[in-house]
Design a protein around this ligand. Structure first.
Ligand SMILES: O=C(O)[C@H](O)COP(=O)(O)O
Length: 316
């Protein structure tokens, strides 16, 4: 039977081209509303998405012939995964495609925070030559704690080899460690880490996981890097910890407020107080959810999805 795939977000062209070559019929619709797509999804066996809208129960009920959802990325929070699985719809994701980008971005954030690169650069460009207040820290000898030791966490730990750091990882699964990190309990990680990097998905279990109580359970003041999901951290609590000195610096690629529109987030009236603090703090580095967003990952994500679909349907 001919299989029809609907692409609702734009991706690297190789995805479309290679699926075409092995006989899938590809259609794209990047502009119709969710409702309009719901009305035609019954015609498709596959859907390729990034994160344009939520694939919820209502959508899945209409997708009578859907066999797979391919998410060109790592996070699956925009899909009702349990419901999809209950309907025998396969979930295909591509964390292998952007894990290296996320790992390099996380490392870049640590090095930038430790060496005040951001602040020193901004100062010099505004005419200030300031050495003493930009004295940095060294990564060597520090202990880096990674929470979430899947694709992203492992890729990040691998990058840390060569920096003479101890790498600890915590994961809800047992025995996930590899040669790059030692798996420990959460209590041990909190006792020993100088740097915390989050590589967990956003789930009901991880939502607001990093709150003031959690932060204060760390033995030492520490730096935090978040390239996972903004809602894993209670931003107001992070700010309180930055103000108290318990958190020494933060590199945040993701924000709790990402679903707010840009206009709302930056309007004087609506900017959350905690976000205003982050915008001004010298020891906070912010990037707009670009950790996995490189030219290389754009292509690799597409290739991973193609390979997984081809393998599932034995096409070559
Ligand atoms: O989950 C991911 O792969 C990244 O966070 C990127 O997500 P995006 O496809 O929503 O940009």
């Amino acid at each position: 039977m001919d299989m029809k795939i609907l692409h609702i977000d734009s991706n690297h062209p190789l995805l479309w081209d290679q699926l075409n070559k092995v006989g899938f019929i590809n259609h794209s619709d990047f502009t119709s509303s969710k409702e309009e797509i719901e009305n035609k999804i019954q015609d498709y066996q596959g859907i390729v998405i990034r994160s344009r809208f939520k694939i919820d129960k209502e959508f899945l009920d209409k997708a009578r012939n859907l066999q797979f959802i391919a998410r060109v990325g790592a996070g699956l929070e925009s899909i009702d995964c349990d419901y999809a699985i209950s309907k025998n719809i396969a979930l295909i994701a591509a964390p292998e495609g952007n894990r290296n980008a996320v790992a390099e971005h996380s490392l870049g954030m640590i090095l930038s925070l430790f060496n005040n690169l951001n602040q020193a650069n901004a100062e010099i460009k505004s005419g200030t030559w300031n050495r003493e207040s930009n004295r940095g820290h060294e990564l060597e000898g520090k202990t880096v704690g990674i929470i979430g030791y899947g694709n992203m966490g492992k890729a990040f730990a691998k990058k840390l080899q060569g920096f003479d750091v101890e790498v600890l990882c915590y994961d809800i699964l047992d025995n996930v460690a590899d040669a790059s990190a030692k798996q420990v309990s959460l209590a041990e990680l909190k006792q020993r880490a100088d740097v915390l990097s989050l590589h967990i998905p956003w789930t009901p279990e991880t939502d607001k996981m990093i709150n003031l109580k959690f932060i204060n359970e760390f033995e030492k003041p520490f730096w935090i890097i978040n390239t996972s999901r903004g809602k894993n951290i209670v931003t107001a609590d992070l700010v309180a910890a930055l103000q108290s000195g318990k958190i020494l610096g933060a590199g945040l690629d993701v924000l709790e407020y990402e679903k707010l529109s840009f206009e709302t987030l930056f309007s004087d009236k609506h900017t959350p107080e905690a976000f205003q603090y982050l915008l001004k703090a010298q020891n906070v580095l912010l990037t707009p959810h670009i950790a996995g967003w490189t030219f290389e990952s754009h292509e690799r994500l597409a290739q991973v999805i193609v390979d997984k679909i081809k393998m599932k349907y034995h096409r070559s």
